[in-house]
Design a protein around this ligand. Structure first.
Ligand code: C5P
Length: 224
């Protein structure tokens, strides 16, 4: 019975890109659409969970009934994630967080300098949100994503261990027909069981159908 699968549980999901300010009018970001994270939010609602959706700037509509927090930067996404960690049973990190942000945000719009052909932007590393959650004292069951272009499962398995995750959803972003901005996705879900790597690879499908399959699998493992 899918409707009762996560009844009484709280699922927190990060989704979409982050925006890292350069100055008051410019930012560094990426092409994440947020579709996979929003589909997972809908599937979690369908499974009876309370859902916190922490989203960067996206064009997709939040499913009715989710508790939406809109953020811009990685730091804001981390703060929003930590503010609900105590009530979160399952944390799913579907956001495409910018790895780096400008070290200083200019107070005023930066001006083009005549005769200056090159500009160097100094960047600093952002906090790793999912790894921070997975090492927290109030650690929820934690699921991450691994978008890779080669050796997809090997890199994902490494990330599973390195970020201290319970499960990881790996997808091949070198394929242009699926992933990032597409409505379709093909993924492999990986986890450790009795110190051996287990995997589940649903058929390529619309992100909504895939999300339903992934939530079923995540809930199953969560209840074990
Ligand atoms: O290391 P990589 O960015 O490939 O890891 C991807 C996973 O880590 C995704 O689940 C993503 O949401 C999460 N992540 C994060 N905070 C970051 C970078 C990645 O939560 N700063």
């Amino acid at each position: 019975d899918f409707r009762g699968l996560l009844a009484g549980k709280t699922v927190t999901i990060t989704a979409g890109p982050t925006r890292e300010a350069v100055d008051p009018v410019r930012y560094i970001s990426n092409h994440s659409s947020g579709k996979m994270g929003f589909a997972l939010a809908q599937a979690s609602l369908n499974a009876g969970a309370k859902v916190n959706l922490i989203a960067g700037p996206v064009q997709v509509m939040a499913p009715e009934g989710v508790n939406l927090t809109s953020v811009q930067s990685a730091q804001q996404m981390l703060d929003a994630s930590l503010s609900v960690i105590g009530e979160t049973d399952i944390f799913i990190a579907a956001a495409a967080v910018a790895d780096y942000r400008p070290s200083d945000v200019a107070d005023q719009k930066m001006k083009k300098q005549p005769g200056q052909d090159n500009l160097v932007l100094h960047l600093v590393q952002n906090p790793d949100i999912v790894a921070t959650v997975a090492r927290h004292v109030q650690r929820p069951f934690t699921v991450g994503f691994a978008a890779e272009t080669q050796d997809v499962e090997a890199y994902a398995a490494d990330k599973l261990v390195r970020k201290n995750l319970d499960m990881i959803i790996a997808n091949d972003v070198s394929r242009t027909d699926i992933g990032f901005n597409s409505d379709q996705n093909a993924v492999t879900l990986l986890w450790q069981e009795k110190s051996t790597l287990q995997s589940h690879s649903p058929e390529q499908a619309a992100k909504q159908d895939l999300a339903q399959d992934l939530i079923l699998c995540i809930a199953h493992r969560f209840h074990q």
